[in-house]
Design a protein around this ligand. Structure first.
Ligand code: G6P
Length: 612
C-alpha cells in the first residue's frame, strides 16, 4: 500500500504532486507528504491524515520548485503521526525518500548506523533506508544511484522508492521490488507513480519498472539499470486509460458510481469476447496455454478479499460445468503452507489491483513449482498481470472506492466465460446448455440495471437498520459466496459486525445469536435450493429474527414470511451472483453513508494491499 508520486520537468511541481496523491489516496490515507528540491535544499511538508490535511497545512506557504516527490501512507512501521509520515530526510537532510513497502532487516541496519553516530527522528524502516543510502554516499566512492543500488542490494523486503538529494537537485532515483512503480514520459518532463492514474492527464507513454530495477531521471533523460548494474532497455507502453474514468461523474462517492457503472462494466468485460448468436467465446489473452486449461485435472484459485469470493463462485461454476475439481485458496495461507503443486498444474489468480502482495507471492510459489498461472486482473500492466503466463483482463475500468464492487461482477463475468469455454471444449456441457448460458450471460447487464432500480427501496430499508450492531448474511449454493461478500461489504464500510454463512450451517452456531435485534439478510432467489432456504427463513423467523430477503421478481411465497424483500430479476442460478450481489452492495453503501462513514476510504483499509 502507500502511494508514491514524483515529477521532474519545468512545471510548478506542488500542484502536480498534490493532484497525483489525491488519485493515489485509495492506496492509503494515514498521512501525506511532499519533498520539493529547489535552491540546493529539500523542503519537506508532511501531515497526518488525508491529502486535504496536507493541503491545509501547506496553505499559502510559498513552495517553489519543479522537482519533487510525494507520498500517501498506509502505516506499517510506526503509528500514523506527522513524524512517521513520508518523505523522510536522511540524518544530514541531504537526501529525502518516499517508500512503499517494508524493509524487514531495518533493525540491524539501524543499530549499525546508530553505532556510526547517525540519529533518527521517526520509528520507520524508511528513515533507516535513506540514512543507509547517505552513509554509503558519504564514503565518497559512489554516485547517488550507486549508493541507492548498493543499499538496496543489502536490504531484505519490498519497496518502491524515490530518492532526492541536494547533491544533484535535478535528479530522481527510483527503484522497485515487490511494490509497483511506473514512469510517465512527457516532453522534457517525467512523472513517477505507483500506478498510471496520476500520470494519465499529462502523457500516456509509460514504462513499468520491473523488480530490482533502478531508474535515474534527470534533465538529460532517464535510464534503467538493475541491481547488478546491468543496463536495461525500457519497454515503452501506450496506455488507453481515460481521464473521465478517474472522476466521480456527478456521484457523491466513487463507490456509488462504481455500483451504478456495473451494467456497462459487465458489458465492457464481455464486449468482443462473447457472441451468443454464433456461440463463440474468444478470450484473446488465453491462447498458448488454452489446452492445458481445457485438460486440467485440478484448478487452484488464488486470491484475497472480494476476489477470493469471486473465486468461490468460480469453484461452483467450474465444478458444475467443467467437472474439474477446484480448490480456492486464500493466497496468504497458500504461500506459507507448503502446498502440493505439481509441474503443469493449473492456477487461476484473481486480483482487482494486480498488486496484492500475498497473491503475488502465492503466484511466484506456484510458478516455482512449475504451475501454469492464469491471471484474472483489472489493473492493466500491474505486477500480477505481468507475472502470470496468460490471462484475461476485466476491462472494468479503474475501481477507486476501496470496497470492491464492479471488479467483483467483472471477475465473475470473466470466470464464467473461461469456464463455459473450457466446458464446451471438454464436452462436459451440452451444446444446447452452452448456448443457453451464453444467451443468458448477454442479458446480465440489463438485469443488473433492473436490480439497480430498487435502489430507493434499499435506501429505505437501510434507514431502518443503520443502527444495528450485528448482521447475519445467509445463502446457499451459488449464493453462499454472495452472502460472504455482502457481509464483507457491510463490515468494510459501515463498521457493523457482519457474518456471512451457508444458510444450512446456521443451525451449527449462528442460530444462537438470533433474536429480534438481529437483521438476517437471506439471499433466497429461485434456484435448486429454494425450498431449503425457505425452511432456513422459517427457522430464523421462529427465533424472532428480522429477515431481509433477496428474492426473484414475482416470488409470492417468501414475501409472506420475510419482514422485507428486495427483488432481483430471474436468471440462471450460476449467473445469479452477478445480480444478487447488487442489492447487498447498495445496502452496505446506504447504511455506511447514513452512519456518517467515509465510504470511499474506510478506516484502516487500503485498496491495494502491497504488504503481507
Ligand atoms: C483489499 C481491498 C479489497 C480487495 C482485496 C484484494 O483488501 O480493500 O477490496 O478485495 O484487497 O485485492 P485485489 O486487488 O487482489 O483484488
Amino acid at each position: 500500500m502507500c502511494g508514491i508520486v514524483g515529477y521532474l520537468g519545468d512545471r510548478d511541481v506542488l500542484p502536480i504532486i498534490i493532484k497525483g496523491l489525491k488519485r493515489l489516496e485509495y492506496r492509503g490515507y494515514d498521512s501525506a507528504g511532499v519533498a520539493i528540491s529547489a535552491d540546493n535544499e529539500i523542503n519537506i511538508f508532511k501531515k497526518q491524515g488525508k491529502v486535504s490535511a496536507l493541503e491545509d497545512f501547506i496553505g499559502e506557504k510559498e513552495v517553489k520548485g519543479s522537482v519533487g516527490i510525494g507520498h500517501t501512507r498506509w502505516a506499517t512501521h510506526g503509528e500514523p503521526n506527522d513524524l512517521n509520515a513520508h518523505p523522510h530526510y536522511s540524518c544530514s537532510k541531504e537526501f529525502a525518500i518516499i517508500h512503499n513497502g517494508i524493509i524487514e532487516n531495518y533493525g540491524p541496519l539501524k543499530a549499525e548506523l546508530e553505532s556510526k553516530g547517525y540519529t533518527f527522528v521517526s520509528d520507520t524502516d524508511t528513515e533507516v533506508l535513506v540514512t543507509f543510502i547517505e552513509d554509503i554516499y558519504n564514503s565518497g566512492e559512489y554516485s547517488i544511484e550507486e549508493a541507492v543500488r548498493i543499499a538496496l542490494s543489502n536490504v531484505i523486503g519490498a519497496y518502491a522508492i524515490a530518492v532526492l538529494s541536494t547533491k544533484e537537485p535535478r535528479k530522481i532515483v527510483a527503484a522497485r521490488k515487490g511494490s509497483p512503480l511506473v514512469i510517465g514520459l512527457g516532453k522534457n518532463e517525467y512523472f513517477l507513480a505507483s500506478d498510471a492514474t496520476p500520470i494519465i492527464e499529462y502523457t500516456n507513454e509509460v514504462v513499468y519498472l520491473n523488480d530490482e530495477e533502478i531508474a535515474v531521471i534527470s534533465d538529460d533523460g532517464f535510464n534503467i539499470r538493475d541491481l547488478k548494474d546491468v543496463s536495461k532497455d525500457p519497454y515503452i507502453q501506450t496506455l488507453e486509460l481515460e481521464l473521465d474514468a478517474l472522476e466521480k461523474g456527478g456521484y457523491p462517492h466513487f463507490m456509488l458510481k462504481e455500483i451504478f457503472e456495473q451494467p456497462n462494466s459487465i458489458a465492457d468485460c464481455m464486449r468482443g469476447r462473447l457472441n451468443s448468436a454464433s456461440g463463440s467465446l474468444v478470450l484473446g489473452g488465453i491462447r498458448n496455454y488454452s489446452n492445458a486449461l481445457i485438460n486440467a485435472e485440478k484448478i487452484v484459485i488464488l486470491a484475497c478479499g472480494t476476489s477470493w469470493h469471486a473465486g468461490l463462485v468460480a469453484e461452483y461454476i467450474f465444478e458444475e460445468f467443467c467437472r474439474i475439481p477446484v480448490e480456492v485458496e486464500y493466497a496468504s495461507e497458500f504461500r506459507y503452507r507448503n502446498p502440493i503443486v505439481k509441474e503443469g498444474d493449473i492456477v487461476i489468480a484473481i486480483s482487482q489491483s494486480g498488486e496484492t502482495a500475498d497473491t503475488l507471492a502465492a503466484i511466484e510459489l506456484a510458478k516455482s513449482k512449475g504451475a501454469i498461472i492464469f491471471g484474472v486482473v483489472n489493473a492493466v500492466g500491474s505486477s500480477i498481470s505481468r507475472t502470470t503466463h496468460e490471462g484475461a483482463y476485466l476491462h472494468a475500468g479503474p475501481e477507486i472506492g476501496v470496497a470492491s464492487t464492479k471488479a467483483f461482477t467483472a471477475q465473475l463475468s470473466v470466470l464464467v466465460m473461461i469456464a463455459l469455454r473450457v466446458a464446451n471444449r471438454r464436452g462436459t456441457i451440452t451444446e444446447r446448455k452452452y448456448k443457453e448460458l451464453l444467451v443468458e450471460l448477454e442479458t446480465i447487464p440489463s438485469k443488473v440495471k433492473k436490480a439497480l432500480e430498487y435502489n430507493s427501496q434499499i435506501e429505505y430499508i437501510s434507514e431502518l437498520f443503520k443502527d444495528a450492531k450485528n448482521f447475519l448474511y445467509l445463502g446457499r449454493g451459488y449464493n453462499f459466496p454472495v452472502a460472504l461478500e455482502g457481509a464483507l461489504k457491510l463490515k468494510e464500510i459501515s463498521y457493523i459486525h457482519a457474518e456471512g454463512y451457508p444458510a444450512a450451517e446456521m443451525k451449527h452456531g449462528p442460530i444462537a445469536l438470533i433474536d429480534e435485534e438481529m437483521p438476517v439478510v437471506v439471499i433466497a432467489t429461485r434456484d435448486s435450493s429454494y425450498d431449503k432456504i425457505v425452511s432456513n427463513i422459517q427457522e430464523v423467523k421462529a427465533r424472532k429474527g428480522v429477515v431481509i430477503a433477496i428474492v426473484t421478481e414475482g416470488d409470492v411465497l417468501i414475501p409472506k414470511m420475510a419482514d422485507f424483500v428486495i427483488e432481483v430479476p430471474a436468471t440462471h442460478e450460476a449467473l445469479m451472483p452477478l445480480v444478487s450481489v447488487i442489492p447487498l452492495q447498495l445496502l452496505s453503501y446506504h447504511i455506511a453513508v447514513m452512519r456518517g462513514c467515509n465510504v470511499d476510504q474506510p478506516r484502516n483499509l487500503a485498496k491495494s494491499v502491497t504488504v503481507e
